[in-house]
Write a protein that binds this ligand. Structure first.
Ligand code: ADP
Ligand code: MG
Length: 252
């Protein structure tokens, strides 16, 4: 399972610096919950990990391989675009709004990556996709289109679709924030299972119950920096910084 290392990561959009020097390491099979106010840079940090955004300076190492550019936008290590694509394909990402292909069934959504990107034979991809749908509790929904599924079911399909690429690292960006409250639990249950299976996970979430129960480390970000990090009970129940206390008093 993957390691992730952030080395003095900076990211600016035009003149606005949104990540101001992030240093952090994620160990194999760790679950890290990333919390913090809206606009603090959580999504940007996740997106840098799988190269949806390019860091302005600093570097991110996934499994000790560099994903990052120096200040001049030049690659720090020799990595072809194909190599970046290959590495990105081993990182699963789940978004707030599911992002399923609307014109494909649940099964087709899960099979898409393996058949189109990994060139796995269709029959094998289908067997694996059905197993994954069963794993997220949706064996009987394989032929449904996203519009025929609840938000919680769509998000579980999205998780199965990410897992179909056999990632060794999973990134979740507020995976339950768009769900009706009664559907949150079924998605968190799937994520708990995944954590228990040893998957390395970085989870941006406002679900403090999940963070307390599942996270190995909770990281609190504000205004582009890590303000504090530590064991869930330490950060969530006994925060050391005013900014953390103020944030927690609003979400707990
Ligand atoms: P969070 O996920 O913690 O709410 P984000 O990473 O989405 O925070 O955003 C951090 C800051 O970066 C915000 O001020 C946001 O407006 C800005 N930002 C994010 N993406 C872009 C972009 N593509 N272009 C310009 N500004 C952006
Ligand atoms: Mg965000």
């Amino acid at each position: 399972m993957a390691t992730v290392e952030f080395l003095n990561v900076h990211k600016s959009f035009g003149p606005v610096e949104v990540l101001k020097g992030i240093d952090f390491r994620v160990e194999p099979s760790q679950v890290v919950c990333l919390i913090g106010p809206s606009g603090s840079g959580k999504s940007t940090l996740l997106r840098c990990v799988n190269h949806l955004e390019v860091t302005t300076s600093g570097a991110i190492l996934v499994n000790d391989r560099m994903i990052g550019y120096d200040v001049h936008g030049e690659r720090l290590v020799e990595a072809s675009d194909a190599e970046i694509d290959r590495r990105r394909s081993t990182i699963g990402m789940v978004f707030q709004n599911f992002n399923l292909f609307g014109h494909m069934t649940a099964l087709e959504n899960v099979m898409f990556g393996p058949t189109k990107l990994l060139r796995i034979p269709k029959a094998q991809a289908e067997t694996e996709a059905r197993e994954l749908l069963a794993r997220v509790g949706l064996a009987d929904r394989a032929n449904n289109y996203p519009s025929q599924l609840s938000g919680g079911q769509q998000q579980r399909v999205a998780i199965a679709r990410a897992l179909a690429m056999k990632p060794d690292l999973m990134l979740f960006d507020e995976p339950t924030s768009a769900l009706d409250p009664e559907l949150v639990g079924e998605v968190l249950d799937v994520m708990k299972q995944l954590a228990a299976s040893g998957m390395t996970m970085i989870v941006v979430t406002h679900e403090m119950g999940f963070a307390r129960e599942v996270a190995d480390v909770v990281v609190f970000m504000d205004d582009g920096v890590i303000v504090e990090q530590g064991l869930p009970d330490d950060v969530l129940l006994n925060p050391q910084h005013d900014r953390t206390r103020s944030f927690l008093s609003k979400v707990l």
